[in-house]
Design a protein around this ligand. Structure first.
Ligand SMILES: Nc1ncnc2c1ncn2[C@@H]1O[C@H](COP(=O)(O)OP(=O)(O)OP(=O)(O)O)[C@@H](O)[C@H]1O
Ligand SMILES: [Mg+2]
Length: 244
């Protein structure tokens, strides 16, 4: 059974149809890239999957359970982790405290499953490569480091399906590398992720499959090597070739 099954999903604002009949399945342990031009509906799809927007038609199933009408916090409890960029990082708290508050917001059962919270905090900062800053205030981190902290913190909070919206936007090549290692590590531990990205080489490196959205519709779906070769992608993504 797929971990996530999306079927016939449509979303509109007024008479502007933003998502049109979106269907795809994600198997457990897969990393799926979601690409497409600006305004093609990628973030809106994440908003529908995490429950912040209600679709006008279609269904979303998580491990076979219909979650189409579940509220965001319920979906989070059921294992969907959304990484918001530099959102929810408390600048006046230390890095350790920032991880701890995220863990403390979990239910007693979820916390119990994680084991010793001190060890989880330590492991999270190691994962982010930020151990040396553990006692510093989060406000002293760079934007990219905050993103690593936010991602690692979400990855450690017992979720199993992650929605990452442009994790490498505006970060240096070195940090892009760290983020790619973080996602590869996540995959190795059997977790699943959907990653929105404009960086095609990055997508090629970390993803098993790629979905291409254009004007709210899935126009291509396949292995990164196949999708990257497609002439259609060239037209949609890079614009028409002026030599032809
Ligand atoms: N709250 C809203 N009200 C009106 N229109 C919206 C709203 N949210 C999104 N849209 C429209 O929906 C379309 C898709 O937007 P969305 O943010 O999902 O695109 P995207 O693929 O994530 O783009 P980008 O790559 O620039 O982040 C756009 O035309 C946008 O203007
Ligand atoms: Mg977007």
């Amino acid at each position: 059974m797929p971990i996530l099954s999306v079927s016939g999903l449509s979303f509109s604002i007024g008479d502007h149809q933003i998502l049109k009949n979106i269907s795809f399945d994600v198997d457990e342990g897969e990393v799926i890239g979601l690409i497409g031009p600006n305004g093609s509906g990628k973030t809106t799809l994440f908003n529908v999957l995490s429950g912040f927007l209600k679709p006008i038609s279609g269904t979303v199933h998580l491990r076979g359970k219909d979650i189409t009408r579940a509220i965001p916090s319920k979906r989070a409890q059921m294992g969907i982790g959304r990484v918001f960029q530099n959102f929810g990082i408390f600048r006046e708290m230390t890095l350790e405290e920032n991880v701890l508050v995220a863990l403390e917001s979990l239910s007693k059962d979820q916390r119990g499953e994680l084991g010793d919270l001190k060890e989880v905090v330590k492991g999270t900062l190691e994962m982010a490569g930020l151990t040396q800053f553990a006692k510093q205030k989060a406000g002293s981190l760079s934007g990219g480091q905050m993103r690593l902290l936010e991602m690692s913190r979400t990855f450690k909070t017992g979720k199993d399906l992650f929605l990452l919206d442009e994790p490498t936007a505006g970060v240096s090549p070195k940090m892009t590398h760290q983020i790619s290692d973080l996602i590869t590590g996540l995959k190795k531990s059997g977790k699943t992720a959907l990653v929105i990205e404009h960086d095609l080489p990055f997508i090629g490196k970390i993803c098993d499959k790629v979905i291409v959205l254009d004007v709210g519709e899935i126009v291509l779906h396949g292995k990164p090597s196949e999708v990257q070769k497609s002439k259609e992608l060239q037209e949609i993504y890079f614009g028409a070739d002026p030599t032809t």
